[in-house]
Design a protein around this ligand. Sequence first.
Ligand SMILES: [Zn+2]
Ligand SMILES: [Zn+2]
Length: 556
Amino acid sequence: MAGNGQLVFAPLGGVGEIGMNLSIYGLGDERRRQWLIVDVGVSFAAEEHLPGIDLMFPDIRYLLAERKNIAGIVLTHAHEDHFGALFDLWPQLKVPVYTTPFTAALIEAKRLSEPGAPEVEVKVVPLGGRFNVGNFDVELVSMAHSIPEANALFIRTPHGNVLHTGDWKLDPTPVVGLPTDEAKLRRLGEEGVLAVVGDSTNAVRDGRSPSEADVSRTLAQLIAEAPARVAVAAFASNVARVRSVAEAAIAAGREVVVVGRAMERIVQIARETGYLDGLPDFRGPDVYGYLPPDKVVALCTGSQGEPRAALSRIAQDDHPDITLAHGDWVIFSSRTIPGNEKAVSSVVNGLIDQGVRVITDRTHLVHVSGHPRIAEVEEMLSWVKPQILVPVHGEALHLNEHAAIGRRLEIKTIVKCRNGDLVRLAPGAPHLVDELPTGRVYKDGALLIPAESRTIADRRRLSFVGMVTVALAVTEKGVLAADPEVELIGIPEKGRDGLPLTDVALDAVLDTYESIPKARRRDPDSLAESVRRGVRSALAQQWGKKPVCFVHVLTV
Ligand SMILES: [Zn+2]
Ligand SMILES: [Zn+2]
Protein backbone atom coordinates (compact mmCIF):
# COMPACT_ATOMS: atom_id res chain seq x y z
CA MET A 1 0.00 0.00 0.00
CA ALA A 2 1.04 3.58 -0.55
CA GLY A 3 1.83 4.25 3.06
CA ASN A 4 3.91 7.37 2.87
CA GLY A 5 2.24 9.11 -0.03
CA GLN A 6 -0.82 11.26 -0.34
CA LEU A 7 -4.51 10.98 -1.08
CA VAL A 8 -5.55 13.37 -3.80
CA PHE A 9 -8.81 14.12 -5.60
CA ALA A 10 -9.65 15.93 -8.83
CA PRO A 11 -12.86 16.37 -10.79
CA LEU A 12 -12.32 16.32 -14.56
CA GLY A 13 -15.98 17.02 -15.30
CA GLY A 14 -19.26 17.86 -13.57
CA VAL A 15 -18.02 20.57 -11.21
CA GLY A 16 -19.16 24.06 -12.19
CA GLU A 17 -21.43 22.52 -14.83
CA ILE A 18 -24.30 20.06 -15.10
CA GLY A 19 -23.45 16.67 -16.57
CA MET A 20 -20.33 14.74 -17.71
CA ASN A 21 -19.29 13.69 -14.22
CA LEU A 22 -15.82 12.22 -13.99
CA SER A 23 -13.71 12.28 -10.85
CA ILE A 24 -10.35 10.77 -10.02
CA TYR A 25 -8.72 9.77 -6.76
CA GLY A 26 -4.96 9.28 -6.50
CA LEU A 27 -2.85 7.38 -3.99
CA GLY A 28 0.92 7.51 -3.71
CA ASP A 29 3.62 10.12 -3.87
CA GLU A 30 3.73 12.97 -6.34
CA ARG A 31 5.88 11.18 -8.88
CA ARG A 32 3.95 7.97 -8.95
CA ARG A 33 0.29 7.89 -8.10
CA GLN A 34 -2.24 5.18 -8.69
CA TRP A 35 -5.61 6.41 -9.93
CA LEU A 36 -9.20 5.38 -9.42
CA ILE A 37 -11.76 6.86 -11.82
CA VAL A 38 -15.30 7.39 -10.56
CA ASP A 39 -17.95 7.75 -13.30
CA VAL A 40 -17.52 8.53 -17.00
CA GLY A 41 -20.43 10.80 -17.85
CA VAL A 42 -21.73 12.61 -20.90
CA SER A 43 -23.50 15.94 -21.49
CA PHE A 44 -26.03 16.67 -24.16
CA ALA A 45 -25.17 19.66 -26.34
CA ALA A 46 -27.66 22.41 -27.10
CA GLU A 47 -28.07 22.32 -30.88
CA GLU A 48 -28.23 26.08 -31.42
CA HIS A 49 -24.79 26.71 -29.92
CA LEU A 50 -23.06 23.65 -31.28
CA PRO A 51 -24.42 22.84 -34.73
CA GLY A 52 -24.09 19.15 -35.52
CA ILE A 53 -22.96 18.18 -32.03
CA ASP A 54 -25.15 16.05 -29.75
CA LEU A 55 -22.75 14.83 -27.10
CA MET A 56 -19.92 16.29 -25.07
CA PHE A 57 -17.38 14.45 -22.93
CA PRO A 58 -14.77 15.56 -20.43
CA ASP A 59 -11.28 15.86 -21.89
CA ILE A 60 -9.24 12.97 -20.49
CA ARG A 61 -5.85 14.02 -21.86
CA TYR A 62 -4.39 13.76 -18.39
CA LEU A 63 -5.63 10.21 -17.87
CA LEU A 64 -4.25 9.09 -21.21
CA ALA A 65 -0.82 10.22 -20.09
CA GLU A 66 -1.32 8.36 -16.78
CA ARG A 67 -2.96 5.32 -18.36
CA LYS A 68 -0.50 2.80 -16.91
CA ASN A 69 -1.29 4.01 -13.40
CA ILE A 70 -5.07 3.72 -13.58
CA ALA A 71 -6.37 0.87 -11.44
CA GLY A 72 -9.96 0.94 -12.68
CA ILE A 73 -13.24 2.73 -13.12
CA VAL A 74 -16.17 2.50 -10.72
CA LEU A 75 -19.58 3.59 -12.01
CA THR A 76 -21.94 4.82 -9.30
CA HIS A 77 -25.12 4.40 -11.39
CA ALA A 78 -26.47 4.22 -14.93
CA HIS A 79 -27.57 7.79 -15.56
CA GLU A 80 -26.06 9.26 -18.72
CA ASP A 81 -24.26 12.02 -16.81
CA HIS A 82 -22.37 9.24 -14.98
CA PHE A 83 -21.86 6.45 -17.50
CA GLY A 84 -22.86 7.87 -20.90
CA ALA A 85 -19.30 8.50 -22.14
CA LEU A 86 -18.11 4.98 -21.38
CA PHE A 87 -18.28 3.57 -24.93
CA ASP A 88 -16.49 6.59 -26.39
CA LEU A 89 -13.76 7.01 -23.78
CA TRP A 90 -13.14 3.46 -22.58
CA PRO A 91 -11.31 2.27 -25.72
CA GLN A 92 -8.59 4.82 -24.91
CA LEU A 93 -8.34 3.64 -21.29
CA LYS A 94 -9.08 -0.11 -21.38
CA VAL A 95 -9.16 -0.54 -17.61
CA PRO A 96 -11.67 -2.72 -15.74
CA VAL A 97 -15.06 -1.18 -14.94
CA TYR A 98 -16.71 -2.09 -11.63
CA THR A 99 -20.43 -1.70 -11.19
CA THR A 100 -23.57 -3.34 -9.83
CA PRO A 101 -25.84 -5.75 -11.81
CA PHE A 102 -28.44 -3.27 -13.08
CA THR A 103 -25.83 -0.85 -14.46
CA ALA A 104 -23.89 -3.78 -15.93
CA ALA A 105 -27.06 -5.04 -17.65
CA LEU A 106 -27.69 -1.59 -19.12
CA ILE A 107 -24.13 -1.41 -20.46
CA GLU A 108 -24.61 -4.81 -22.11
CA ALA A 109 -27.99 -3.88 -23.62
CA LYS A 110 -26.56 -0.62 -24.91
CA ARG A 111 -23.60 -2.46 -26.40
CA LEU A 112 -25.88 -4.83 -28.29
CA SER A 113 -27.90 -1.94 -29.70
CA GLU A 114 -24.92 0.12 -30.84
CA PRO A 115 -22.99 -1.39 -33.73
CA GLY A 116 -19.25 -1.09 -33.11
CA ALA A 117 -19.59 -0.50 -29.37
CA PRO A 118 -16.53 -1.75 -27.48
CA GLU A 119 -16.58 -4.86 -25.31
CA VAL A 120 -15.99 -3.05 -22.08
CA GLU A 121 -14.40 -5.20 -19.37
CA VAL A 122 -17.13 -5.05 -16.73
CA LYS A 123 -16.69 -6.57 -13.29
CA VAL A 124 -20.05 -6.96 -11.61
CA VAL A 125 -20.00 -6.27 -7.87
CA PRO A 126 -22.87 -6.88 -5.46
CA LEU A 127 -24.93 -4.13 -3.85
CA GLY A 128 -23.23 -3.04 -0.66
CA GLY A 129 -20.14 -5.05 -1.67
CA ARG A 130 -16.54 -4.36 -0.71
CA PHE A 131 -13.73 -4.91 -3.21
CA ASN A 132 -10.26 -3.75 -4.11
CA VAL A 133 -9.45 -1.70 -7.17
CA GLY A 134 -5.66 -1.63 -7.16
CA ASN A 135 -4.69 -0.06 -3.86
CA PHE A 136 -8.16 1.36 -3.32
CA ASP A 137 -10.41 -0.44 -0.85
CA VAL A 138 -13.93 0.40 -2.03
CA GLU A 139 -17.21 -0.37 -0.31
CA LEU A 140 -20.58 0.41 -1.88
CA VAL A 141 -23.36 2.10 0.05
CA SER A 142 -26.86 1.84 -1.43
CA MET A 143 -28.50 5.22 -1.98
CA ALA A 144 -32.04 6.05 -3.09
CA HIS A 145 -32.15 7.87 -6.44
CA SER A 146 -34.27 8.06 -9.59
CA ILE A 147 -32.75 4.89 -11.06
CA PRO A 148 -32.19 1.50 -9.42
CA GLU A 149 -28.82 0.78 -7.82
CA ALA A 150 -27.36 4.19 -7.15
CA ASN A 151 -24.27 3.70 -5.03
CA ALA A 152 -22.11 5.88 -2.87
CA LEU A 153 -18.48 4.75 -2.65
CA PHE A 154 -16.70 4.50 0.66
CA ILE A 155 -13.03 4.57 -0.21
CA ARG A 156 -10.72 3.45 2.59
CA THR A 157 -7.10 4.60 2.35
CA PRO A 158 -4.16 4.73 4.75
CA HIS A 159 -4.66 8.51 4.83
CA GLY A 160 -8.33 8.48 5.69
CA ASN A 161 -11.66 7.47 4.24
CA VAL A 162 -13.69 9.26 1.62
CA LEU A 163 -17.42 9.02 1.03
CA HIS A 164 -18.14 9.78 -2.63
CA THR A 165 -21.93 10.09 -2.55
CA GLY A 166 -22.80 9.84 -6.23
CA ASP A 167 -26.39 10.96 -6.81
CA TRP A 168 -28.73 10.34 -3.91
CA LYS A 169 -31.67 11.42 -1.84
CA LEU A 170 -33.26 10.24 1.37
CA ASP A 171 -36.39 8.40 0.38
CA PRO A 172 -37.72 5.86 2.86
CA THR A 173 -40.17 4.56 0.23
CA PRO A 174 -38.39 4.53 -3.14
CA VAL A 175 -40.94 2.09 -4.78
CA VAL A 176 -38.14 -0.04 -6.26
CA GLY A 177 -34.68 -0.75 -4.94
CA LEU A 178 -33.17 -0.03 -1.59
CA PRO A 179 -33.61 3.14 0.44
CA THR A 180 -30.46 5.02 1.39
CA ASP A 181 -28.55 2.77 3.77
CA GLU A 182 -28.74 4.94 6.88
CA ALA A 183 -27.38 2.25 9.21
CA LYS A 184 -24.26 1.78 7.12
CA LEU A 185 -23.69 5.52 6.79
CA ARG A 186 -23.94 5.91 10.55
CA ARG A 187 -21.47 3.02 11.02
CA LEU A 188 -19.04 4.61 8.57
CA GLY A 189 -19.42 7.86 10.51
CA GLU A 190 -18.31 5.96 13.63
CA GLU A 191 -15.38 4.44 11.77
CA GLY A 192 -14.27 7.90 10.67
CA VAL A 193 -14.83 9.91 7.51
CA LEU A 194 -12.12 12.24 6.32
CA ALA A 195 -14.04 13.72 3.42
CA VAL A 196 -17.45 13.72 1.77
CA VAL A 197 -17.47 14.43 -1.97
CA GLY A 198 -21.13 15.14 -2.47
CA ASP A 199 -24.07 15.83 -4.78
CA SER A 200 -24.96 19.56 -4.85
CA THR A 201 -27.84 19.45 -7.38
CA ASN A 202 -30.65 20.40 -5.00
CA ALA A 203 -28.64 22.09 -2.25
CA VAL A 204 -30.46 25.28 -3.25
CA ARG A 205 -33.84 23.92 -2.16
CA ASP A 206 -35.20 24.00 1.36
CA GLY A 207 -36.68 21.04 3.15
CA ARG A 208 -36.96 17.51 1.80
CA SER A 209 -37.85 15.97 -1.53
CA PRO A 210 -41.21 14.24 -1.62
CA SER A 211 -40.98 10.46 -1.85
CA GLU A 212 -41.30 8.39 -5.00
CA ALA A 213 -44.27 6.80 -3.21
CA ASP A 214 -46.06 10.19 -3.18
CA VAL A 215 -45.72 10.32 -6.96
CA SER A 216 -47.00 6.77 -7.13
CA ARG A 217 -50.18 7.77 -5.26
CA THR A 218 -50.79 10.78 -7.52
CA LEU A 219 -50.36 8.66 -10.64
CA ALA A 220 -52.76 6.04 -9.26
CA GLN A 221 -55.37 8.70 -8.59
CA LEU A 222 -55.06 10.33 -11.99
CA ILE A 223 -55.09 7.05 -13.91
CA ALA A 224 -58.17 5.94 -11.94
CA GLU A 225 -59.99 9.20 -12.76
CA ALA A 226 -59.07 9.42 -16.44
CA PRO A 227 -62.16 9.11 -18.65
CA ALA A 228 -60.39 7.68 -21.71
CA ARG A 229 -56.85 6.88 -22.84
CA VAL A 230 -53.87 7.88 -20.73
CA ALA A 231 -50.30 8.23 -21.89
CA VAL A 232 -47.52 8.72 -19.35
CA ALA A 233 -44.15 10.08 -20.46
CA ALA A 234 -41.24 9.41 -18.13
CA PHE A 235 -37.47 9.02 -18.17
CA ALA A 236 -36.99 5.43 -19.27
CA SER A 237 -34.33 4.82 -16.61
CA ASN A 238 -36.76 5.64 -13.81
CA VAL A 239 -37.84 2.06 -13.11
CA ALA A 240 -39.72 3.12 -9.97
CA ARG A 241 -41.91 5.31 -12.17
CA VAL A 242 -42.44 2.44 -14.62
CA ARG A 243 -43.54 0.28 -11.70
CA SER A 244 -45.82 2.99 -10.31
CA VAL A 245 -47.52 3.45 -13.67
CA ALA A 246 -47.96 -0.32 -14.03
CA GLU A 247 -49.46 -0.68 -10.54
CA ALA A 248 -51.78 2.26 -11.16
CA ALA A 249 -52.86 0.73 -14.46
CA ILE A 250 -53.62 -2.64 -12.88
CA ALA A 251 -55.59 -1.00 -10.08
CA ALA A 252 -57.66 0.85 -12.70
CA GLY A 253 -58.22 -2.30 -14.78
CA ARG A 254 -56.00 -1.08 -17.60
CA GLU A 255 -53.21 -2.70 -19.58
CA VAL A 256 -49.77 -1.16 -19.96
CA VAL A 257 -48.55 -0.63 -23.49
CA VAL A 258 -44.83 0.13 -23.73
CA VAL A 259 -43.98 2.63 -26.47
CA GLY A 260 -40.47 3.62 -27.53
CA ARG A 261 -37.24 1.66 -27.82
CA ALA A 262 -35.54 3.09 -24.72
CA MET A 263 -38.60 2.20 -22.66
CA GLU A 264 -38.76 -1.35 -24.08
CA ARG A 265 -35.08 -1.81 -23.26
CA ILE A 266 -35.38 -0.63 -19.68
CA VAL A 267 -38.48 -2.76 -19.11
CA GLN A 268 -36.60 -5.82 -20.31
CA ILE A 269 -33.59 -5.11 -18.09
CA ALA A 270 -35.76 -4.31 -15.08
CA ARG A 271 -37.55 -7.66 -15.62
CA GLU A 272 -34.22 -9.50 -15.79
CA THR A 273 -32.88 -7.83 -12.65
CA GLY A 274 -36.08 -8.37 -10.67
CA TYR A 275 -37.25 -4.79 -10.35
CA LEU A 276 -40.63 -5.50 -11.97
CA ASP A 277 -41.29 -8.76 -10.11
CA GLY A 278 -44.94 -9.48 -9.44
CA LEU A 279 -46.24 -7.43 -12.35
CA PRO A 280 -47.97 -9.03 -15.35
CA ASP A 281 -46.34 -8.75 -18.77
CA PHE A 282 -46.76 -5.43 -20.54
CA ARG A 283 -48.10 -5.22 -24.07
CA GLY A 284 -46.53 -3.93 -27.29
CA PRO A 285 -47.86 -0.94 -29.25
CA ASP A 286 -49.47 -3.25 -31.84
CA VAL A 287 -52.40 -4.08 -29.50
CA TYR A 288 -53.05 -0.45 -28.53
CA GLY A 289 -55.62 0.11 -31.27
CA TYR A 290 -57.68 -2.91 -30.16
CA LEU A 291 -57.97 -1.98 -26.49
CA PRO A 292 -60.94 0.13 -25.34
CA PRO A 293 -59.83 3.70 -24.41
CA ASP A 294 -60.47 3.19 -20.69
CA LYS A 295 -58.52 -0.08 -20.64
CA VAL A 296 -55.10 1.19 -21.65
CA VAL A 297 -52.16 3.21 -20.36
CA ALA A 298 -49.38 3.99 -22.83
CA LEU A 299 -45.98 4.30 -21.19
CA CYS A 300 -43.91 6.46 -23.51
CA THR A 301 -40.48 7.86 -24.13
CA GLY A 302 -40.15 11.47 -25.22
CA SER A 303 -40.67 13.45 -22.02
CA GLN A 304 -37.94 15.87 -23.17
CA GLY A 305 -39.57 16.57 -26.53
CA GLU A 306 -36.97 14.49 -28.39
CA PRO A 307 -38.17 14.76 -32.01
CA ARG A 308 -37.89 11.07 -32.88
CA ALA A 309 -39.24 9.73 -29.58
CA ALA A 310 -42.71 8.23 -29.20
CA LEU A 311 -44.50 11.20 -27.63
CA SER A 312 -43.32 13.72 -30.25
CA ARG A 313 -44.59 11.48 -33.00
CA ILE A 314 -47.90 11.01 -31.19
CA ALA A 315 -48.20 14.79 -30.77
CA GLN A 316 -47.69 15.20 -34.53
CA ASP A 317 -50.18 12.40 -35.23
CA ASP A 318 -47.34 10.56 -36.91
CA HIS A 319 -47.01 7.39 -34.78
CA PRO A 320 -47.75 4.11 -36.59
CA ASP A 321 -49.65 2.57 -33.63
CA ILE A 322 -50.51 5.17 -31.05
CA THR A 323 -53.08 7.91 -31.52
CA LEU A 324 -54.71 10.21 -29.02
CA ALA A 325 -57.90 12.20 -29.35
CA HIS A 326 -60.15 14.68 -27.62
CA GLY A 327 -60.67 13.66 -23.97
CA ASP A 328 -57.47 11.60 -23.66
CA TRP A 329 -54.86 12.54 -21.08
CA VAL A 330 -51.08 12.83 -21.24
CA ILE A 331 -49.10 12.95 -17.99
CA PHE A 332 -45.55 14.30 -18.10
CA SER A 333 -44.08 12.33 -15.19
CA SER A 334 -40.81 14.15 -15.60
CA ARG A 335 -39.01 17.43 -15.34
CA THR A 336 -37.98 19.44 -18.37
CA ILE A 337 -34.19 19.52 -18.44
CA PRO A 338 -32.96 23.08 -19.06
CA GLY A 339 -32.35 23.50 -22.77
CA ASN A 340 -35.29 21.28 -23.75
CA GLU A 341 -38.07 23.79 -22.98
CA LYS A 342 -38.85 24.66 -26.59
CA ALA A 343 -38.95 21.05 -27.71
CA VAL A 344 -41.23 20.09 -24.82
CA SER A 345 -43.63 22.97 -25.37
CA SER A 346 -43.95 22.12 -29.03
CA VAL A 347 -45.00 18.58 -28.01
CA VAL A 348 -47.41 19.97 -25.40
CA ASN A 349 -48.94 22.34 -27.96
CA GLY A 350 -49.31 19.54 -30.49
CA LEU A 351 -51.19 17.46 -27.93
CA ILE A 352 -53.43 20.34 -26.86
CA ASP A 353 -54.31 20.97 -30.51
CA GLN A 354 -55.56 17.38 -30.61
CA GLY A 355 -57.85 18.11 -27.65
CA VAL A 356 -55.68 16.17 -25.18
CA ARG A 357 -55.48 17.21 -21.53
CA VAL A 358 -51.83 17.64 -20.53
CA ILE A 359 -50.85 17.19 -16.88
CA THR A 360 -47.39 18.22 -15.64
CA ASP A 361 -45.57 18.65 -12.35
CA ARG A 362 -46.60 22.30 -12.32
CA THR A 363 -50.04 21.30 -11.04
CA HIS A 364 -49.71 17.73 -9.79
CA LEU A 365 -47.09 15.77 -7.86
CA VAL A 366 -46.29 13.60 -10.86
CA HIS A 367 -42.53 13.92 -10.59
CA VAL A 368 -39.89 14.21 -7.87
CA SER A 369 -36.20 14.87 -8.14
CA GLY A 370 -33.70 12.17 -7.27
CA HIS A 371 -31.39 14.60 -5.49
CA PRO A 372 -31.28 15.68 -1.85
CA ARG A 373 -32.62 19.02 -0.67
CA ILE A 374 -31.03 20.95 2.18
CA ALA A 375 -32.56 19.03 5.12
CA GLU A 376 -31.51 15.72 3.56
CA VAL A 377 -27.93 16.91 3.00
CA GLU A 378 -27.80 18.10 6.60
CA GLU A 379 -29.10 14.81 7.92
CA MET A 380 -26.67 12.67 5.93
CA LEU A 381 -23.71 14.87 6.93
CA SER A 382 -24.76 14.58 10.57
CA TRP A 383 -24.51 10.77 10.26
CA VAL A 384 -21.08 10.65 8.66
CA LYS A 385 -19.50 13.71 10.34
CA PRO A 386 -16.74 14.41 7.80
CA GLN A 387 -13.78 16.68 8.47
CA ILE A 388 -13.82 17.87 4.85
CA LEU A 389 -16.71 18.62 2.49
CA VAL A 390 -16.11 18.80 -1.25
CA PRO A 391 -19.24 19.98 -3.12
CA VAL A 392 -19.44 18.52 -6.64
CA HIS A 393 -22.17 17.71 -9.22
CA GLY A 394 -23.53 21.19 -9.89
CA GLU A 395 -23.06 24.68 -11.22
CA ALA A 396 -21.45 27.47 -9.18
CA LEU A 397 -24.71 28.31 -7.40
CA HIS A 398 -25.36 24.71 -6.29
CA LEU A 399 -21.77 24.22 -5.13
CA ASN A 400 -21.91 27.45 -3.20
CA GLU A 401 -25.14 26.55 -1.40
CA HIS A 402 -23.79 23.10 -0.60
CA ALA A 403 -20.69 24.74 0.88
CA ALA A 404 -22.95 26.98 2.97
CA ILE A 405 -24.66 23.91 4.45
CA GLY A 406 -21.23 22.56 5.40
CA ARG A 407 -20.30 25.83 7.12
CA ARG A 408 -23.57 25.88 9.06
CA LEU A 409 -22.78 22.35 10.28
CA GLU A 410 -19.29 23.53 11.24
CA ILE A 411 -17.47 21.03 9.05
CA LYS A 412 -13.81 21.89 9.52
CA THR A 413 -12.81 22.37 5.88
CA ILE A 414 -14.89 23.13 2.82
CA VAL A 415 -12.94 22.53 -0.37
CA LYS A 416 -14.01 24.67 -3.30
CA CYS A 417 -12.62 23.05 -6.39
CA ARG A 418 -13.41 23.13 -10.08
CA ASN A 419 -12.70 20.80 -12.97
CA GLY A 420 -8.98 20.13 -13.15
CA ASP A 421 -8.13 21.20 -9.60
CA LEU A 422 -6.02 18.48 -7.99
CA VAL A 423 -6.64 18.64 -4.25
CA ARG A 424 -4.52 16.89 -1.66
CA LEU A 425 -7.03 15.61 0.91
CA ALA A 426 -4.39 14.11 3.23
CA PRO A 427 -2.01 14.22 4.93
CA GLY A 428 -2.12 17.77 6.24
CA ALA A 429 -4.71 20.43 5.58
CA PRO A 430 -6.48 20.06 2.22
CA HIS A 431 -4.63 21.98 -0.39
CA LEU A 432 -4.69 22.64 -4.12
CA VAL A 433 -1.51 20.97 -5.36
CA ASP A 434 -1.83 21.05 -9.14
CA GLU A 435 -4.00 22.03 -12.07
CA LEU A 436 -4.62 19.24 -14.51
CA PRO A 437 -5.50 19.86 -18.15
CA THR A 438 -9.28 19.79 -18.60
CA GLY A 439 -11.83 20.76 -21.15
CA ARG A 440 -14.50 19.31 -23.34
CA VAL A 441 -14.48 16.98 -26.26
CA TYR A 442 -17.32 16.93 -28.77
CA LYS A 443 -18.66 13.89 -30.52
CA ASP A 444 -18.93 14.84 -34.17
CA GLY A 445 -20.23 11.93 -36.23
CA ALA A 446 -17.89 9.06 -35.41
CA LEU A 447 -15.07 11.36 -34.29
CA LEU A 448 -14.07 13.01 -31.04
CA ILE A 449 -12.86 16.56 -31.56
CA PRO A 450 -11.49 19.02 -29.00
CA ALA A 451 -13.93 21.82 -28.13
CA GLU A 452 -11.31 24.45 -28.93
CA SER A 453 -10.77 23.24 -32.49
CA ARG A 454 -12.01 25.56 -35.29
CA THR A 455 -14.51 23.08 -36.66
CA ILE A 456 -17.55 24.14 -34.72
CA ALA A 457 -16.71 27.85 -34.80
CA ASP A 458 -16.50 27.61 -38.61
CA ARG A 459 -19.75 25.70 -38.73
CA ARG A 460 -21.50 28.28 -36.60
CA ARG A 461 -20.21 31.11 -38.80
CA LEU A 462 -21.46 29.33 -41.92
CA SER A 463 -24.83 28.84 -40.30
CA PHE A 464 -25.19 32.61 -39.80
CA VAL A 465 -23.93 33.93 -43.14
CA GLY A 466 -23.83 31.16 -45.71
CA MET A 467 -21.10 30.68 -48.26
CA VAL A 468 -20.04 31.68 -51.78
CA THR A 469 -17.65 29.61 -53.84
CA VAL A 470 -15.97 31.03 -56.91
CA ALA A 471 -13.99 29.02 -59.46
CA LEU A 472 -11.72 30.86 -61.88
CA ALA A 473 -9.67 29.29 -64.67
CA VAL A 474 -6.82 31.48 -65.90
CA THR A 475 -3.92 30.89 -68.25
CA GLU A 476 -0.32 31.31 -67.17
CA LYS A 477 -0.49 34.82 -68.53
CA GLY A 478 -3.42 35.60 -66.29
CA VAL A 479 -6.08 35.56 -69.00
CA LEU A 480 -9.50 34.11 -68.16
CA ALA A 481 -9.76 30.74 -69.88
CA ALA A 482 -13.50 30.28 -69.27
CA ASP A 483 -16.45 32.02 -67.65
CA PRO A 484 -16.03 32.09 -63.86
CA GLU A 485 -18.35 29.84 -61.87
CA VAL A 486 -20.12 31.10 -58.79
CA GLU A 487 -22.20 29.16 -56.30
CA LEU A 488 -24.17 30.61 -53.38
CA ILE A 489 -25.16 28.43 -50.44
CA GLY A 490 -27.42 29.66 -47.65
CA ILE A 491 -27.69 33.17 -49.16
CA PRO A 492 -30.96 34.93 -50.17
CA GLU A 493 -31.87 34.85 -53.86
CA LYS A 494 -32.35 38.58 -54.43
CA GLY A 495 -30.65 41.66 -52.97
CA ARG A 496 -31.91 45.09 -51.86
CA ASP A 497 -32.37 46.28 -55.44
CA GLY A 498 -34.11 43.12 -56.53
CA LEU A 499 -31.02 41.81 -58.37
CA PRO A 500 -30.29 38.09 -58.21
CA LEU A 501 -27.36 37.78 -55.80
CA THR A 502 -25.73 35.16 -58.00
CA ASP A 503 -25.48 37.82 -60.72
CA VAL A 504 -24.17 40.34 -58.21
CA ALA A 505 -21.45 37.91 -57.17
CA LEU A 506 -20.57 37.03 -60.76
CA ASP A 507 -20.35 40.72 -61.75
CA ALA A 508 -18.13 41.34 -58.74
CA VAL A 509 -15.79 38.57 -59.87
CA LEU A 510 -15.49 40.03 -63.37
CA ASP A 511 -15.23 43.65 -62.17
CA THR A 512 -12.50 42.74 -59.74
CA TYR A 513 -10.64 40.80 -62.40
CA GLU A 514 -10.82 43.76 -64.80
CA SER A 515 -9.78 46.24 -62.15
CA ILE A 516 -6.54 44.63 -61.04
CA PRO A 517 -3.23 45.16 -62.84
CA LYS A 518 -2.31 42.48 -65.38
CA ALA A 519 0.80 41.45 -63.46
CA ARG A 520 -1.25 40.53 -60.40
CA ARG A 521 -3.71 38.49 -62.45
CA ARG A 522 -0.83 36.06 -63.00
CA ASP A 523 -0.41 35.44 -59.28
CA PRO A 524 -3.17 32.97 -58.29
CA ASP A 525 -3.07 33.83 -54.56
CA SER A 526 -3.24 37.53 -55.10
CA LEU A 527 -6.03 37.14 -57.68
CA ALA A 528 -8.02 34.91 -55.31
CA GLU A 529 -7.72 37.34 -52.43
CA SER A 530 -8.82 40.32 -54.53
CA VAL A 531 -11.82 38.42 -55.88
CA ARG A 532 -12.75 37.26 -52.40
CA ARG A 533 -12.81 40.82 -51.11
CA GLY A 534 -14.67 42.09 -54.16
CA VAL A 535 -17.41 39.44 -53.88
CA ARG A 536 -17.89 39.93 -50.16
CA SER A 537 -18.21 43.69 -50.38
CA ALA A 538 -20.55 43.58 -53.40
CA LEU A 539 -22.81 41.13 -51.58
CA ALA A 540 -22.61 43.18 -48.39
CA GLN A 541 -23.96 46.20 -50.29
CA GLN A 542 -26.95 44.28 -51.55
CA TRP A 543 -27.53 42.08 -48.51
CA GLY A 544 -26.18 43.88 -45.44
CA LYS A 545 -24.13 40.80 -44.46
CA LYS A 546 -20.78 39.39 -45.55
CA PRO A 547 -20.75 35.69 -46.42
CA VAL A 548 -17.86 33.29 -46.12
CA CYS A 549 -16.23 33.23 -49.57
CA PHE A 550 -13.86 30.67 -51.11
CA VAL A 551 -12.12 31.41 -54.40
CA HIS A 552 -10.36 28.66 -56.31
CA VAL A 553 -8.03 29.81 -59.03
CA LEU A 554 -7.01 27.13 -61.51
CA THR A 555 -4.10 27.80 -63.78
CA VAL A 556 -4.69 26.11 -67.14
ZN1 LIG B 1 -28.28 10.26 -11.34
ZN1 LIG C 1 -25.97 12.90 -11.87
